[in-house]
Design a binder for this molecule. Structure first.
Ligand code: NDP
Ligand code: 2IT
Length: 448
């Protein structure tokens, strides 16, 4: 069978088998559209059904999560864990708690995670999970009871050698703490390596909190360097104001750039003096308040409930909020304003139309599975430290993270050059480099 017919057949099967899972289809399309040159060189991967097997999760779990709110009312959410691929190691990937979570979203995230984790060069397979629970406005007690109920089911499926969850949207240190406590209570084991993103005081890794945001900026820095640019004196916009966004802002400022805007689901703020990170952290992490509180506290800043950060003139854009948040119009505006580089801190924040426009305009574009791989890479470092009952210094861990990001960037360019003659095609480079590492392992392990 010829390669494009094979890819189209796999594609058609995904659409037929998984109707209505729009984000999963989008993620599959993005990867499959890069693979033709790789499969032409490796017909054995076509013969052994590697692509078809990769599009079907090894295991999909969906479960009821009942809990009792502060008024004594019973609530029921739906929990998920998609164990997508264990070719390279235990399933690894975060948990997302957000009202928009459904099977298609968790599958898109799990699918992306396979290739991202492969790119890090570490021994981690791909997985993802979460629930349609909305932590916003919930008390700590409610969040704790929800996490306990979620883990009461999840504990059967996870373990340091089986499946290792971590955080994602709506899941940070507080939730990881409650989840870990319940796992420990049920199993009677202090199994540090069952979850990553733990606080540094009891089994966490230094630099894990910062890793995704820092890593995205390192990746952008590498991209800029290929054209003789850096962050010094550059205007930057960041979307989101959660874990990834906060530490992306911190690193941009450390490198001499100025982040003039960031956002949350209620709108965005502009601060021409540069975002005051301490104030932002206090509002978003301590008070868990809306972003408008920033403009109320700082007269030089303004809050807007309409439009996006991409309407502003900037040299570099770092989308760090959520999937499909940067569409065609945003891309047109960014290109018109002369953007040099876009690096995805979030998973799939740019729509396919936006990515195509960046490509045509020659804008450097770092896809999430490469640009945000620093978070999961540092989770793998956390697993290493847990296995060795050790803890490395912040500087040591951060320098390993930086080395991973340089390597991910180099792999993308080398692979893109080798398979398309265009080293700037980070989409093709990341997809093929990630795919080949997983495909080699799957080939060696037989039809499983
Ligand atoms: P957080 O929950 O810490 O922050 C998410 C931020 O994005 C918040 O500011 C939130 O606004 C905003 N946001 C979320 N959903 C929407 C939406 N539907 N519309 C508008 N804004 C929204 O999550 P993270 O920072 O951890 O995750 C951000 C992105 O990075 C996600 O795509 C995630 O998958 C990805 N990622 C995370 C990694 C990690 O280590 N945490 C690793 C790699 C990727 P509000 O506060 O109003 O809800
Ligand atoms: O999307 C991601 O890579 C994450 N949310 C981090 C996963 C992890 O296991 O650290």
């Amino acid at each position: 069978m010829n390669v494009s017919a094979h890819i189209e057949a796999v594609h058609a099967q995904v659409r037929r088998r998984d109707p209505g899972e729009a984000e999963f289809h989008q993620a599959v399309t993005e990867v499959l559209s890069s693979l033709t040159p790789a499969l032409e060189r490796h017909p054995e991967y076509v013969e052994t059904g590697i692509v078809e097997r990769l599009c079907e999760p090894e295991r999909q779990l969906a479960f009821r999560v009942p809990w009792v709110d502060d008024h004594g009312d019973v609530r029921v959410n739906r929990g998920f864990r998609i164990e997508f691929s264990s070719a390279l190691g235990p399933y690894k990937g975060g948990l997302r708690f957000h009202p928009s979570v459904n099977l298609g979203i968790v599958k898109f995230l799990g699918f992306e995670q396979i290739f991202k984790n492969a790119l890090t060069g570490m021994s981690i397979g791909g997985g993802k999970g979460g629930a349609d629970f909305d932590p916003r406005g919930r008390s700590d007690g409610e969040v704790m009871r929800f996490c306990q109920s979620f883990m009461t089911e999840l504990h059967r499926h996870v373990g340091e050698r089986t499946d290792v969850p971590a955080g994602d949207i709506g899941v940070g240190a507080r939730e990881i703490g409650y989840l870990f406590g319940q796992y420990k209570r049920i199993t009677n084991r202090f199994e540090a390596g069952v979850l990553t993103g733990k606080p540094v005081a009891w089994g966490g890794s230094h630099a894990r909190t910062e890793a995704t945001g820092y890593g995205t900026v390192y990746f952008a820095q590498e991209m800029l360097a290929t054209r003789g640019h850096d962050f010094e004196g550059r205007r930057v916009v960041v979307s989101g104001s959660g874990n990834v966004a906060l530490y992306a802002i911190e690193k941009v400022h450390a490198l001499g750039g100025l982040v003039v805007a960031c956002s949350d689901s209620s709108g965005y703020i502009v601060d021409e003096d540069g975002i005051d990170l301490e104030l932002l952290k206090e509002i978003k992490e301590v008070r868990r308040a809306r972003l408008s509180a920033y403009a109320e506290a700082k007269p030089t800043a303004r809050f807007s409930a309409r439009g996006t950060v991409y309407d502003l003139r900037c040299d570099i854009a770092l989308p760090c909020a959520t999937q499909n948040e940067l569409g065609r119009e945003d891309a047109v505006a960014l290109i018109k304003n002369g953007v040099l580089a876009v690096a995805e801190g979030a998973n799939m924040p740019c729509t396919p139309e936006a990515v195509q426009l960046f490509h045509e305009a020659g804008v450097l574009f770092g896809p999430g599975k490469a640009a945000n791989a620093g978070g999961v890479a540092t989770s793998a470092l956390e697993m290493q430290q847990n296995a060795a009952r050790d803890q490395w210094a912040f500087e040591e861990t951060e320098s390993r993270l930086a080395a991973v990001m340089r390597n991910v960037h180099a792999q993308c360019r080398q692979t893109a050059e080798e398979y398309s003659g265009t080293p700037d095609d980070y989409v093709l480079g990341s997809n093929i480099a990630g795919f080949l590492r997983v495909a080699d392992a799957m080939s060696a392990q037989g039809i499983v």
